[in-house]
Design a protein around this ligand. Structure first.
Ligand code: WTA
Length: 642
């Protein structure tokens, strides 16, 4: 990471409103129950203790789960590598499913699935256990072994969750690719992971229309020699091409599968999944997480931050194709044995009532969504939430991008004005919540509050000096945590760069300010990562899709502020000689990005320019383009070529 290119600003937002939640709602929170059990009567005491007893705290959390063999040490930290619970044997899926088969959780609902069209399917823990076993056995029969990579390219249907759990159950490694990504993005990820099997569907539904998925897989795997089988879930019933010997339907594979497949005994440090995410280069990074530490971190934060309990109905609107879905739809809730709603569609389809209807109808008590979704609903107006009582809501959470105080306040007022709003900051790389309030804290709209228990984080300048309150700096994490990524797949150097950009600490890539009370105010990315509607996109990836078009000589893509989506994408394009600018060409370029990367990466605006600002070494100065868009002084440009 090239920290010299990053700029920070001091905090100008003046926000001094503080909100307390209804004491009756939060007095028996999981975190206060834990604090009291440790003999503390206040949160502060608990936080102070955990800071000085990091290993003790994480050991407490790990002890609430089942292990096939105990660990030798809680933490083995050899900067920049951590091994957690080393020597222990476990399987995260055993803790999500098998463990509950001996308790009454067995007969509880794991999730209610609701399709976009209103179709419903209900899975108890026991029936989910059954489905996962059969799927796992089908994979074994196909020759999938421990350590093999299996790609999952599915929409939000139950099979997406079942597939992930089945893969992990047999000790294989899942790599889930968001079904909204295009075939080139899919190919790149499957290729890098060298996946043996791809699990997909014929098609998916999006806003009432069928989106074909299987053809995107057919196209992608032409470039992926490692793939020898494709499993197809019948979902949209669109016609697809099936290659004999290579492709098979899931229902056919399951028809001959055994009802039980033993859970593989894994080392705590064995990889569980690779999840690709965008960074500052043109190539997505394969973030590697492991069975043991990831399980403990995600279990603990689901319990203590989201405050999920047995009697809750939880709804997270994310997609398991991203980290929020991995940690807080699939693993966290199942580890805690709670019930959730798993919804296929968009929150405002067929109209903005859908979100509120779902909450009301299912009696959702803990809601976890994005600032973009909140701003969308806010823009539709008060009359939609006003129609639904939504009486059971107790906790409101947000994730993925900074939330502006206005949206924070609206969220609380529209959904439940006595409830805590938990603004959770974390990343694909961190696996779990890092800087976040808990329900008992005084809350400030727009602030992610404090580092979670057992986490030491700070705001530093580029030289690693802590910056004083109110000053801008970089968000860093100073101590290891159990669910931290262990590697970037096949790119050790990239992994190290997170811990070596500022010597001794983990640099997240976000600008941040701390206030006098130690509350963190996260301002957004300082590198070339764009956060559009919470989706994480790399400038370079969008640019390389644009340059793939025959008319384009050079391109630069930047994020510009957008009232609803947080950031919108603006692309600057230099054409090759012989091509001329037109609206038609701009549309073609957008189409090019859609086909390569998927609809989420399509630039909102394409402008044609004669040249791009560059350094002497030829690097595009995106920061300069951004500053210009924001109407700021562009400063010293003496190193620019033009
Ligand atoms: C941003 C998503 C402000 C941040 C879980 C981070 C946030 C990136 C917040 C990671 C938040 C996430 N407030 N910004 N509460 N949560 N971010 O890997 O820029 O998709 O670096 O993980 O999202 O995105 P990722």
């Amino acid at each position: 990471m090239d920290i010299a290119d990053w700029k920070t600003t001091d905090w100008i937002l003046k926000e001094d409103r503080v909100f307390e939640s209804d004491p009756n709602l939060v007095k028996d929170s999981n975190i206060m129950t834990y604090a009291r059990g440790k003999g503390f009567s206040t949160l502060d005491e608990l936080y102070r203790w955990a800071k000085n007893n990091l290993e003790e705290f994480w050991k407490d959390m790990a002890s609430q789960l089942e292990w096939f063999a105990p660990w030798d040490v809680v933490l083995d930290w050899k900067y920049p590598d951590a091994r957690w619970f080393d020597g222990a044997k476990c399987n995260i899926v055993y803790n999500c499913l098998d463990r509950h088969m001996h308790t009454q959780v067995r007969n509880q609902v794991a999730f209610y699935w609701e399709g976009e069209s209103g179709a419903r399917r209900i899975y108890s823990y026991a029936s989910l256990f059954d489905e996962v076993n059969r799927f796992a056995n089908a994979l074994v029969r196909m020759g999938v072994q421990k350590g093999d990579r299996v790609a999952v390219y599915l929409p939000r249907i139950p099979e997406q969750i079942i597939a992930m759990l089945a893969i992990a159950r047999i000790g294989a490694i899942h790599t889930v690719i968001y079904s909204g990504l295009g075939s080139k993005a899919l190919a790149e990820r499957v290729q890098d992971a060298e996946a043996k099997v791809v699990i997909t569907a014929d098609g998916s539904y999006y806003r009432g229309k069928v989106v074909e998925l299987k053809p995107a897989v057919d196209e992608a795997i032409r470039f992926c020699p490692s793939v020898d089988k494709i499993i197809v879930v019948r979902r949209a019933k669109n016609r697809v091409m099936m290659v004999t010997g290579r492709d098979l339907y899931l229902d056919e594979a399951l028809a001959t599968a055994d009802r039980y497949q033993p859970c593989a005994e894994m080392e705590a440090e064995d990889p569980l999944f690779i999840l690709y995410t965008s960074g500052t280069t043109g190539k997505p990074k394969g973030v590697v997480h492991v069975h043991g530490g990831y399980m403990v971190g995600v279990y603990a934060t689901t319990k203590m931050v989201l405050d999920l309990r047995k009697e809750d109905m939880y709804w997270c609107t994310a997609d398991p194709g991203w980290i929020t879905g991995h940690s807080y739809i699939v693993y966290g809730p199942l580890l805690n044995g709670v019930t959730q709603l798993f919804y296929e569609g968009a929150p405002d389809f067929p109209d903005p009532a859908r979100m509120f209807y779902n909450i009301d109808h299912y009696g959702v008590s803990v809601l976890y969504t994005t600032p973009t979704a909140i701003r969308y609903l806010m823009h539709y107006g008060e009359r939609w939430p006003a129609k639904f009582p939504m009486e059971r809501i107790r906790v409101l959470g947000t994730v993925g991008e900074p939330i502006n105080p206005e949206a924070w306040i609206w969220y609380r007022e529209a959904f439940c004005d006595r409830c805590p709003v938990i603004d959770t900051w974390w990343q694909t790389e961190t696996g779990m919540h890092i800087v976040t309030p808990v329900v008992n804290m005084p809350l400030k709209p727009g602030s992610a509050a404090r580092p979670f228990l057992g986490i030491e984080a700070d705001v530093m300048d580029a030289d690693g000096n802590p910056v004083p309150p109110g000053k801008g700096g970089f968000l860093v994490i100073k101590t290891p945590w159990p669910s931290m990524m262990r590697d970037i797949y096949k790119d050790r150097e990239k992994y190290e760069s997170y811990w070596k950009t500022i010597e001794g600490v983990y640099v997240a890539g976000d600008a941040c300010t701390k206030d006098e009370d130690g509350y963190f105010w996260i301002q957004g990315r300082v590198d070339d990562v764009i956060k559009k509607a919470g989706y994480r996109l790399g400038s370079m990836e969008i640019e390389s899709a644009l340059v793939g078009h025959e008319a384009v000589a050079e391109a630069a893509a930047i994020g510009i502020p957008d009232e609803v989506k947080g950031e919108a994408i603006k692309a600057f394009v230099v054409l090759k000689q012989g091509f001329s600018a037109s609206d038609y060409l701009a549309d073609q370029l957008k189409q090019q990005v859609r086909e390569n990367m998927g609809v989420i990466a399509v630039p909102d605006e394409v402008v044609f320019v004669d040249s791009l600002p560059k350094t002497r070494s030829g690097k595009i100065m995106r920061r300069l383009l951004k500053a210009k868009e924001a109407g700021l002084e562009v400063g010293d440009t003496s190193t620019l070529e033009e």
